[in-house]
Design a protein around this ligand. Structure first.
Ligand code: HEC
Length: 122
């Protein structure tokens, strides 16, 4: 292999590495925003205290548990079926017990980060 070929492969390796990092950055920053605004209602509840007391305290997780009765995960972060338009619509318009989030609270860019995080391949 010539030095030029090796150089080209190295270049491709680094360029593709940088692109992969960008995607990861969107997802990672989305997780930070998600943890701040969504986890208080959609977090993961472990068994609760004293054999279950308080296990269903989080409004989002418990409402989705009731809604899907176990057919889909109650924890949003475990879902693999969520699509961007649905997440965007629910966050901006609310849904039953879920309040709307204004752009002054969650900017469009932050919402896209949340979407990248929730729809990342798992
Ligand atoms: C005050 C509590 C609360 C907060 C904060 C909240 N949610 Fe929700 N969310 C809910 C509830 C309750 C539901 C269930 C609505 C229903 O009964 O269909 C829900 C439902 C949803 C759904 C619909 C799931 C489905 O299968 O129908 C999505 C998507 C969602 N939330 C995303 C988010 C995101 C993203 C955030 C953060 C920006 C967020 N929620 C913040 C309470 C909340």
């Amino acid at each position: 292999m010539s030095k030029l070929t090796i150089f080209c492969f190295t270049l491709i390796f680094f360029v593709s590495g940088v692109q992969a990092q960008e995607i990861t950055f969107a997802q990672a920053s989305g997780k930070v925003v998600f943890d701040k605004w969504c986890t208080p209602c959609h977090g993961r509840v472990a068994g609760g205290l004293f054999g279950g007391f308080g296990a269903n305290d989080l409004p989002g997780t418990s409402a989705l548990g009731v809604k899907y009765k176990g057919d889909l995960p109650a924890v949003l972060e475990d879902r693999t079926d969520l699509v961007p338009i649905y997440i965007r619509t629910v966050v901006r318009n609310g849904l039953y017990g879920m309040p709307i989030s204004r752009k002054t609270e969650i900017s469009d860019a932050e919402l896209e980060g949340i979407i990248a995080y929730l729809t990342q391949p798992r």
